[in-house]
Design a protein around this ligand. Structure first.
Ligand code: ZN
Ligand code: ZN
Length: 654
């Protein structure tokens, strides 16, 4: 797929950090040319967490070359050259490209071939500009930092190969990645965070802690949840069900698949077909004979078309037409079912199943619905990108008058969850439509767009929620909010999406009777604060480094008697039984191992609370409390410790 050219508007929106990083790409090219003057450059944009520059060079650059290149980059930064912008005519740019002057330190015998191609691709009327730092001149629309010295800290990170313009018919280039920051401190913090993220990698911890697995026979991207992971799922569902119940939601259940026609009504087909699993075709017994006859006829016709009949033969046209008719008839036989990629259409059907009046609204239908999406196998990544996912889904059907209150309640629910999970930093990205793309990218209902966007913006502003507005990224049918959160080590995750839908309910013919006894279409809010189990648990594993709070921990309490004397083990077993009767996930380590071995094993397993039982504890009716990561907290009365465990779980204490 070809890479898209940035619009001028997108360039203006580049952040300071992006400018630093993009400027560092120019400095990288400068340095490479000092070492290899024949280097040819293609594109050098900022990317997430850094920048790259694509270079064509006979020498294969490897990480061993980085030190040498970085040394040259340092010289260029130390020189503190100004990034000077020069606007030129198209003819001038073409001439300089032919002389090898673009992305070069001087004129060269070879033309700047990629830059020449890029100049030729710049739309007529768009300004053409160069940026110069020292001797290096590059074709670039900017923006940059003022001087090379503004690049506070940088590092080359990796090298990969990439096709020019991302098209495999084009030559293969070397893509050199690096990152840059305002200063050394920020860069060091970034690399420390990466190191920490590696230790907390959800795939690694998921395996070590026996939370989930994948199996080739089940299929890529289809996670299997082991008992300990299933505990996490069920605790999250319990939290969601309690919270939603208190907020007036009603639970529903829907099947995992539906007929093709529903997805045509919803608009998923044909637009979303690539992201869905291919259909299953069901043919009723009564149709099977007819299907077989059509198959036989199709084969006969195909034989004729494939050679038995010459194209010049007058019969050929008629055979070809019949072939098409038979193919269509075969298509029409039977029923096609799709695995659901979203829960919304099923919920719309539930809304439609019962007549509604304004008195029934808002109607909040909730389901932890399982969805299936066909992600390319190259895109699959642990729990973060999967093909089956269980979503904390709900659809709220309401009148326009109710919208603000409902939307605000959804936001409050987010904030409540953030508090429970100790998420201190979050951002809501509010995506709006682009009026110039009505009827193409966005449903053509200009007044409804403005109205709903105003409503959403109003709620966000009035409730003091941390948000940014992003134009041109709304869903097809309404404005959208993506919720980004930062884990404890400062890594960013997109965990959830809210959408306001003013278009699809009418496609499904959803109505309610108004106070005046007329019919009106409700608005629909799609919301999933806990996202999908897969992504949210992936996030939580990193966020907690696997050290889940007591209420969420797969094994909450382990009781460890010192030695295996009968009265001691009986006392320990009594504590386990008492805790289990209260729903606490408690286990007994009755092995004959030394106590240090038992503690070590429990600590390695990240068991939240360990109750060590010695003779003195038994005599005093006490337990010696030990908490993972906090060490030994001393002996306490048994009843007090159990009461505290129960209240910590009930309150979902951090
Ligand atoms: Zn530039
Ligand atoms: Zn939905």
């Amino acid at each position: 797929m070809a890479e898209e050219r940035k619009t001028l508007e997108q360039r203006h929106q580049m952040t300071e950090l992006e400018r630093i990083r993009h400027s560092a790409a120019h400095v990288l090219a400068t340095a490479i040319l000092k070492i290899w003057p024949e280097a040819q450059f293609a594109a050098g944009p900022p990317v997430e967490n850094g920048f790259y520059y694509d270079v064509d060079l006979p020498h294969r650059i490897s990480p061993e070359d980085f030190e040498k290149i970085e040394a040259e980059m340092k010289k260029e930064i130390k020189a503190n050259n100004v990034f000077e912008r020069v606007e030129v005519t198209r003819d001038q740019a073409l001439e300089d490209a032919r002389k090898g002057r673009l992305a070069g330190l001087s004129e060269r015998s070879e033309p700047s071939k990629f830059k020449l191609d890029i100049v030729q691709g710049i739309p007529e009327g768009e300004p053409i500009s160069y940026y110069r730092n020292g001797d290096f001149i590059d074709l670039c629309a900017g923006p940059h930092v003022m001087r090379t010295g503004n690049i506070g800290a940088f590092k080359l990170t990796s090298v990969a190969s990439a096709y020019y313009k991302g098209d495999e018919r084009n030559p293969q280039l070397q893509r050199i990645y690096g990152t840059a920051f305002k200063n050394k401190t920020e860069m060091e913090a970034y690399f420390t965070m990466l190191e920490e993220a590696k230790k907390r990698d959800h795939r690694k911890l998921g395996r070590e802690m026996e939370l989930f697995c994948f199996d080739d026979d089940v299929g890529p991207g289809l996670p299997l949840w082991l008992p300990r992971g299933t505990v996490l799922i069920e605790e999250l569902e319990k939290l969601a069900k309690e919270t939603e119940f208190a907020a007036g939601y009603q639970r529903v259940r829907t099947p995992h698949l539906a007929r093709e026609n529903m997805y045509k009504t919803s608009g998923h087909l044909p637009y979303y077909a690539d992201s869905m699993f291919p259909p299953m075709k069901l043919v009723e017994q009564a149709e099977k004979d007819q299907e077989l006859q059509l198959w036989v006829e199709k084969m006969e016709l195909k034989q004729k078309l494939d050679g038995a009949l010459a194209i010049e033969d007058p019969e050929y046209g008629a055979v070809r037409d019949r072939f098409k008719v038979v193919e269509r008839a075969l298509e029409a036989i039977g029923d096609r079912y799709y695995l659901k990629a979203m829960n919304c259409p099923h919920h719309h059907k539930l809304y439609a199943a019962v007549p509604h009046s304004y008195r029934d609204l808002p109607l909040r239908l909730a389901e932890y619905g399982t969805c299936y999406r066909y992600e390319q196998s190259g895109e699959l990544f642990g729990l973060m990108r999967v093909r089956s996912m269980q979503m904390n889904d709900s659809h709220i059907y309401c009148t326009e008058d109710q919208f603000e209150q409902e939307f605000r309640a959804v936001n409050d629910m987010y904030l409540k969850y953030f508090k429970i999970f100790g998420i201190d930093k979050y951002l809501m990205r509010f995506s709006t439509h682009d009026p110039s793309k009505l009827g193409q990218k966005f449903v053509d209902q200009p007044e409804l767009w403005l109205k709903t966007e105003d409503m959403v913006r109003g709620v966000l502003q009035r409730s003091g929620i941390n948000y940014v507005e992003v134009p041109n990224e709304a869903a097809f049918y309404g404005p959208k909010i993506d919720v980004q959160v930062w884990s404890a080590i400062g890594r960013e995750f997109t965990i959830a999406t809210n959408q306001v839908d003013f278009a699809v309910p009418s496609r499904f013919g959803l109505v309610y009777k108004t106070r005046e006894n007329t019919e009106a279409t409700p608005l629909c809010i799609h919301r999933a604060p806990l996202g999908t189990h897969e992504r949210f648990i992936g996030f939580l594993i990193e966020h907690y480094a696997g050290n889940f709070p007591l209420w969420l921990a797969p094994e909450q309490v382990r009781v460890l008697p010192i030695g295996d004397e009968a009265p001691l083990v009986e006392y320990a077993q009594g504590i386990v039984t008492e805790l289990r009767a209260q729903g606490v996930r408690a286990d007994l380590d009755a092995s004959s191992d030394k106590i240090n071995g038992k503690i070590l094993r429990a600590e390695e397993r990240k068991i939240h609370t360990m109750l060590v039982i010695g003779k003195r504890d038994l005599e005093a009716g006490a337990v010696s409390l030990r908490v993972h990561g906090k060490g030994n907290l001393g002996a306490k009365p048994r009843a007090e410790v159990i009461a505290d465990i129960l209240s910590a779980i009930r309150e979902r204490r951090a």
